[in-house]
Design a protein around this ligand. Structure first.
Ligand SMILES: O=P(O)(O)OC[C@H]1O[C@](O)(COP(=O)(O)O)[C@@H](O)[C@@H]1O
Length: 330
């Protein structure tokens, strides 16, 4: 089976990008080890600290953030980095060709229940001049690579460098990431949706109607039964969508008017949208294609609707100005 290094050699990408992606992959092997040790290594549970998002940091949030920061700072190819666990962007080396945005441990609320977690990363070209937060505020279309590592029953790296999506599985014996699926394609249609239903009463009317019609199944306007899944870790829900199709959404809601969105643009929505589009799917806020959003802040949040292209199109119809569907009876 082809190794990650062999696969990257064939992608006709700069050697510097190959080395950076191999650094990220190697660090994720150590994270996979740490996650597997869990309580044995005393690394479960929370710290007393809060991150810039106002979330209590898990011990593993901090540990994995430091592991990635140290590796990227030593790589020689990183001009600057940004992380969910860092308040501000971190300058690294003036000679670095790339900017890296990452969520070191996505779904960290799952760590103490031994459920799926992952690392998500996005690579942008470094700009000339002084490194500031502005240097990072490039649209998702500028990404030169993106991916995630899912720490589950097996450890899987999903990667795109803009030439399709490939899955690599970590061989726990040899420690090598081996190509287990190339040219990943998302089915155009689906009968599976993922959303946190407990937020239903806080959603906008278009999402209320769309989900209500899914739940009506065969007796409703969709004339088809839909099944629901929710892993509470975007990396797990998106991996399922890449594997067997589906629609995943964390829509806008008014649960907390100051925070109408949950997921972060630069290190959750953009890398996932790049993967999904490269696999033939679609990714939108309901009103704008995610990869075309001009970022305004490094920890900016957005609404996310992504997955099987035809199903996302249907969901978009409910968000269209001229949608005249009946309001759902809640
Ligand atoms: O707790 P909820 O509302 O189910 O939200 C789950 C969502 O929040 C997240 O866990 C946010 O990510 P972090 O764990 O990195 O903060 C997503 O991975 C997931 O899709």
């Amino acid at each position: 089976m082809q190794t990650l290094a062999q696969h990257l050699q064939q992608q006709a990408i700069p050697e510097s990008l190959t080395q950076l992606l191999l650094t990220l992959a190697d660090t994720s092997k150590s994270i996979s080890q740490a996650v597997r040790h869990g309580a044995l290594a005393g690394i479960l549970g929370a710290t007393e600290q809060e991150n810039v998002q106002g979330e209590t940091q898990k011990k593993l949030d901090v540990i994995t953030n430091d592991m990635l920061k140290n590796a990227l700072q030593a790589s020689g190819h990183v001009r600057g980095l940004a992380s969910e666990e860092e308040d501000y962007v971190v300058p690294v080396s003036d000679a670095g060709e790339y900017l890296v945005c990452f969520d070191p441990l996505d779904g960290s609320s799952n760590i103490d229940i031994n459920s799926l977690v992952g690392t998500i990363f996005s690579v942008l070209p470094a700009q000339a001049g002084e490194l500031t937060e502005q240097s990072f505020l490039q649209s998702g279309r500028q990404q030169v690579a993106a991916g995630y590592v899912l720490y589950g029953p097996s450890t899987i790296l999903a990667l795109t460098v803009g030439k399709g999506v490939s899955f690599f599985t970590l061989n726990p014996d040899s420690g090598a990431f081996l190509l287990t699926q190339g040219d990943v394609q998302i089915t155009k249609d689906t009968a599976e949706f993922a959303i946190n239903m407990s937020n239903q009463r806080f959603w906008e009317a278009p999402m209320q109607t769309y989900i209500a019609d899914l739940l009506l199944g065969k007796i409703g306007p969709r004339e088809k039964s839909f099944n629901m899944r929710w892993i509470a870790a975007m990396v797990g829900d998106v991996h399922r969508v890449l594997c067997r199709g589906g629609i995943f959404t964390y829509p806008t809601d008014n649960k907390n008017p100051e925070k109408p969105y949950k997921l972060r643009l630069m290190y959750e929505a953009n890398p996932m949208a790049f993967l999904v589009e490269q696999a033939g799917g679609k990714a939108t806020t309901g009103y704008q294609t995610i990869l075309d959003i001009q970022p305004e802040a490094i920890h900016q949040r957005v609404a996310v609707i992504l997955g099987s292209a035809n199903e996302v199109d249907t969901c978009l119809e409910y968000h269209a100005e001229d949608y005249s569907g009946d309001e759902p009876t809640l």
